[in-house]
Ligand binder design. Structure first.
Ligand SMILES: *[C@@H]1O[C@H](CO)[C@@H](O)[C@H](O)[C@H]1NC(C)=O
Ligand SMILES: *[C@@H]1O[C@H](CO)[C@@H](O)[C@H](O)[C@H]1NC(C)=O
Ligand SMILES: *[C@@H]1O[C@H](CO)[C@@H](O)[C@H](O)[C@H]1NC(C)=O
Ligand SMILES: *[C@@H]1O[C@H](CO)[C@@H](O)[C@H](O)[C@H]1NC(C)=O
Ligand SMILES: *[C@@H]1O[C@H](CO)[C@@H](O)[C@H](O)[C@H]1NC(C)=O
Ligand SMILES: CC(=O)N[C@H]1CO[C@H](CO)[C@@H](O)[C@@H]1O
Length: 908
């Protein structure tokens, strides 16, 4: 189905054909034990990639400060006379528009807005805020707490809107004279426009994509080049928190005028067996110089050394090729190599995420002029309609979660350690797959998923032509869907972890029958042109098996419909399109397409919070004042049975998955809580859908999922807590989450009965337990043998704060973090489950607490606050070392009436 040469022809024109070269290499196991993040700046022969996250000045205005706009927009009222810069921005997407006739020409003459003072070297930005990237201007709040704020609960009640300006000087030396110099922005939210020395260079509206601009024509030797970046965020751009600002890294890349093009390598592996694998490589070369050049391309293949984060032992070399690259032109070469005993990439625990690195060097007149590294993995994927996902010949059930891009109290500003902590928590839960809902993530996150071995669905759009909010992507879809889609795939297509491309989530075009399906097909084709090796998909929460939408994709991603929606009695009083579980109908209508559930559950809960009475079913109930919810508190009961109107509890989801084993698995909505979309209580700031709360603390549901996903882990977990002074003598149901098949519950030593899980039962429940203070104890059994126990005690009052850090020694690089958990404990050391003590943090030493949280979706204290109430007994403080510093640190936590607690950390 796939011809690399054909693809390369399409993409790059002239191709030199490669000769296969057989190299017999010793296999060498590579284990991803700890993730090493390589140094940020890379200086290699002919190529410098310089991180420029430091030394920025920032200023933001809530209303338009400069009389310029990208284009007219529903929320930009009263700006009829503003200068529209769109014609100058559109050409920035030209490299990603296939048809030359559709590419944009920059208007002649100087652009409108070139006289804006903020872009000028003479402008004094001395009183602007000094900041370091990645930066999210909204995360520090404060939260809007009023009834109808300018940014509501959906977008996190944080000040994301308005125009932000960023300024910085750039230095180029006289030795850079003939170089091509690019600005690479990994993500800027949103409508980015970039000026250099007063000239409008270009921009990129979509805030989630990475982009590159050529600064060469506008740079002067010296250290006085003035870079100015303008961002503009609508008030209603999304259904969740987008963040605001340059929230990912920015780089200056200096290369010789002939160099490997942007994202210019593409590696595909095929004919993979235990004995050998064929690796196909395309290298695209760009010549921005004045004369044609003959370039020799040499690529060596190394194992990726996970202990250093760099290329390790060399295992093969591609046959070298020569290509003539015309002045201001491009050309591509392809080559193939067969390696022996490939170490395949696959998801733990049964497989290992082995990676390789291809190091490409370009030579002109025998001299090396560019070096470019490409990480990739060797693996086979079969998307089997009857067996589900098969990775390297092994059936791998997708145990996935959806993740939005924010990092909790750190907001949208990307941080490698915060992302890695998330993945560690998910790994412990048994998660092997992540859907990047609903936008391309930071590149570094995909490096982490490559190295840790998570399967990834990379997703790009939440809306196409039809809107979900007034100012979402639909405004720019006509101009930008092609460049955004191609840029998305080209950036990410060498990542081993990505198994499929999703070009849409729950788009309204599901409702427009053939027209929507035709648009879907056109997007599918664009993705296929950029990467024919992976299947496409788009998530369907409405399209039915007999509708044409599903025909426009390779694999079917079903949201919620597989488990049935509004189909059980407790949901019958709600409006909604009642559907029986639809897996069988989809399977019958699409016998050739693998089915997965890209969103399941939408079970909602607040950690440690329980309301009574408890729903008697395992098929769940929608939330209202008498069913799992309390709108005054803005909290949802954590019996893990209450859902969004369209949702289902995990138990109901699994029943349908187990009855339909051809379904490849699920992506739960969601792994972590995220900022915004606080269904059902839009007075709150963050979601209730996570298996893990916004602070990273495990909700009750964590143990329910772990019992299914890691059934060999000896674990039993009792809910609720047992501090109910007002419930003495009242029915207080007890549920136990465990992979055991039998369990006996004891209240103060008295058996409440030994029960067995029936088929399609996933939890133990004792619904008639009468509350008495004391101790709950459960003893579980597997195959008749005693397996494991859990115990919950009524606690005493708080006597102490207990501090623990996920890492006690961190790097003094200004990015690394230590996450400090505070537990409020009683005199026996048990966490007091109702404790809400107000805790004040302070630090001695080279660093600071940059954010605090407690996982309470309704806590409206701004994230940077050093004072934070515990919630259900826990609080979190995030410590960051000062850049370039080292030394001992003491973090103190203080609460009224309790002794001061301390923890010692080290910054190195
Ligand atoms: C710019 O001017 C040139 C020469 O007059 C003309 O050919 C070209 O079409 C103009 N471009 C635009 C975008 O107007
Ligand atoms: C730039 O190119 C010119 C012409 O090829 C050459 O003479 C000059 O030495 C180059 N400058 C640098 C700094 O490489
Ligand atoms: C879609 O956009 C229109 C026009 O701006 C707006 O009136 C409408 O409210 C939007 N729809 C949604 C769901 O926001
Ligand atoms: C609340 O939800 C329950 C369970 O679905 C339902 O029986 C009840 O009628 C609902 N109450 C209201 C006021 O809608
Ligand atoms: C919600 O919680 C508040 C505060 O605890 C309580 O006063 C109120 O009765 C609760 N509402 C319902 C419907 O239980
Ligand atoms: C919350 C709620 O009302 N749950 C009800 C769901 O339906 C069952 C019977 O099917 C009732 O027993 C529950 O009370």
């Amino acid at each position: 189905m796939f011809s690399l040469r054909k693809l390369a022809y399409q993409a790059f024109g002239l191709i030199q054909f490669g000769v296969l070269l057989l190299i017999y290499a010793e296999p060498r196991p590579v284990h991803a034990l700890t993730v090493k993040i390589p140094p940020r700046d890379a200086r290699q022969t002919g190529r410098e990639r310089i991180n420029i996250n430091s030394d920025w000045r920032f200023w933001r205005s809530e209303s338009n400060p400069d009389g310029i706009i990208y284009d007219h927009r529903p929320d930009l009222v009263g700006l009829d006379d503003a200068a529209v810069l769109k014609p100058w921005i559109l050409p920035s997407g030209n490299d990603f528009i296939n048809n030359p006739a559709d590419r944009h020409q920059r208007p002649n003459g100087s652009s409108l807005g070139d006289d804006i003072s903020f872009t000028q070297d003479s402008f004094d930005d001395g009183d602007w805020e000094a900041i370091k990237l990645p930066h999210d201007w909204a995360a520090q709040g404060p939260f809007y707490t009023e009834e109808d704020p300018i940014v509501g609960g959906g977008m996190g009640r944080l000040p994301v809107h308005g125009v932000g300006w960023y300024r910085r000087k750039l230095t180029v030396s006289s030795s850079d004279k003939n170089k091509s110099i690019y600005l690479e922005i990994d993500g800027a939210m949103s409508y980015a426009m970039i000026w250099l020395n007063g000239h409008l260079v270009g921009g990129w509206p979509y805030g989630y994509n990475s982009f590159r601009l050529n600064l060469t024509p506008y740079l002067e030797p010296g250290d006085d080049n003035q870079l100015a970046i303008r961002l503009d965020n609508p008030t209603d751009s999304a259904r969740w928190y987008p963040g605001g600002g340059i929230y990912r890294s920015v780089w200056l890349t200096k290369v010789e005028s002939t160099h490997v093009a942007q994202w210019g390598t593409y590696i595909v592996t095929r004919d993979v067996s235990d004995e050998s694998a064929t690796i196909d490589l395309v290298v695209e070369i760009e010549n921005s110089g004045q004369r044609s050049q003959e370039i020799e391309v040499v690529t060596k293949l190394h194992v990726f050394d996970s202990t250093t984060g760099r290329a390790g032992t060399k295992v093969a070399q591609f046959p070298s090729h020569t290509a003539v690259v015309s002045a201001r032109g491009k050309n591509a070469v392809d080559a193939s190599v067969i390696i022996k005993s490939p170490q395949v990439w696959g998801p733990p625990p049964t497989q290992k995420p082995n990676l390789y690195v291809a190091t490409t060097t370009l030579y002109a007149d025998g001299k090396p002029i560019d070096t470019y590294e490409t990480q990739f993995g060797i693996r086979t994927l079969d998307f089997n309609p009857n067996k589900g996902l098969v990775v390297n010949g092994e059936s791998v059930r997708i145990q996935g979660v959806n993740e939005h891009h924010d990092l909790g109290a750190l907001g949208a500003a990307f941080n490698v350690r915060a992302a890695e902590r998330k993945l560690e928590t998910l790994r412990e839960l048994g998660v092997n797959a992540i859907r990047m809902s609903h936008n391309p993530p930071a590149s570094e996150l995909l490096e982490l998923t490559d190295r840790l071995g998570f399967l990834v669905i990379d997703e790009i759009f939440d809306s196409w032509e039809l809107n979900k909010t007034a100012s979402d992507f639909h405004l720019i879809f006509p101009d930008w869907h092609e460049p955004d889609l191609r840029a998305f795939v080209r950036r990410d297509r060498n990542h081993a972890s990505i198994i499929a491309w999703s070009f849409g989530n729950e788009v309204s075009e599901q409702h427009t029958d053939k027209a929507g399906a035709a648009l879907a097909l056109s997007l599918h084709k664009i993705v296929q042109q950029e990467d024919p090796t992976r299947p496409t998909t788009a998530s369907m929460n409405f399209a039915k098996p007999d509708m044409p939408f599903g025909r426009s994709m390779d694999i079917l991603s079903i949201n919620y419909q597989g488990s049935g929606m509004w189909d059980t009695p407790n949901y019958s009083n709600l409006a909604g399109i009642r559907t029986q579980p639809l897996y069988p109908d989809f399977h019958e209508a699409f016998p050739d397409k693998m089915i997965l559930s890209s969103e399941t559950a939408s079970t909602l809960s607040t950690r440690g919070t329980f309301f009574f009475p408890v729903d008697a079913t395992n098929t769940g109930a929608p939330i209202n004042e008498t069913s799992g919810g309390n709108s005054t508190l803005a909290q949802v009961s954590a019996y893990e049975l209450y859902t969004a109107g369209f949702g289902s509890p995990p138990d109901k989801v699994w029943t349908q998955q187990d009855k339909n084993p051809y379904v490849a698995g699920e992506f739960v909505w969601t792994g972590f809580d995220y900022i915004g979309e606080p269904t059902p209580y839009y007075s709150a700031r963050s979601s209730y859908s996570g298996i893990i709360d916004l602070a990273g603390f495990k909700k009750e549901r964590y143990y329910l999922y772990q019992s299914r996903w890691l059934p060999d882990v000896k674990m039993a977990h009792i809910i609720p807590h047992w501090n109910w002074p007002a419930r003495v003598g009242e029915v207080t149901p007890v549920h136990v989450f465990s992979a055991a098949d039998e369990a006996e519950l004891f209240v103060n030593g008295k058996s409440q009965g030994r029960i067995q899980k029936e088929e399609y039962q996933y939890r133990f429940r004792w619904d008639e337990v009468i509350y008495k203070p004391g101790e709950l104890r459960v003893v579980t059994y597997k195959d008749g043998q005693k397996w494991t126990e859990d115990r919950v005690r009524t606690t005493g009052k708080p006597v102490e704060l207990r501090l623990t850090a996920d890492r006690k020694t961190i790097n003094g690089d200004g990015d690394d973090l230590s996450f400090i958990t505070v537990q409020v404990v009683d005199k026996r050391g048990d966490v007091v489950p109702t404790a809400d003590n107000s805790i004040t943090f302070s630090v001695d030493g080279p660093g600071a607490i940059v954010a605090t949280d407690n996982g309470n979706p309704a806590d409206m204290v701004a994230f940077p606050s050093l004072e934070r109430r515990a919630f259900s007994g826990l609080a979190l403080a995030i410590f960051r070392g000062i850049e370039g510093s080292s030394g001992d640190v003491t973090v103190r936590a203080k609460a009224n009436g309790l002794p001061v607690a301390r923890i010692k950390l080290q910054v190195r």
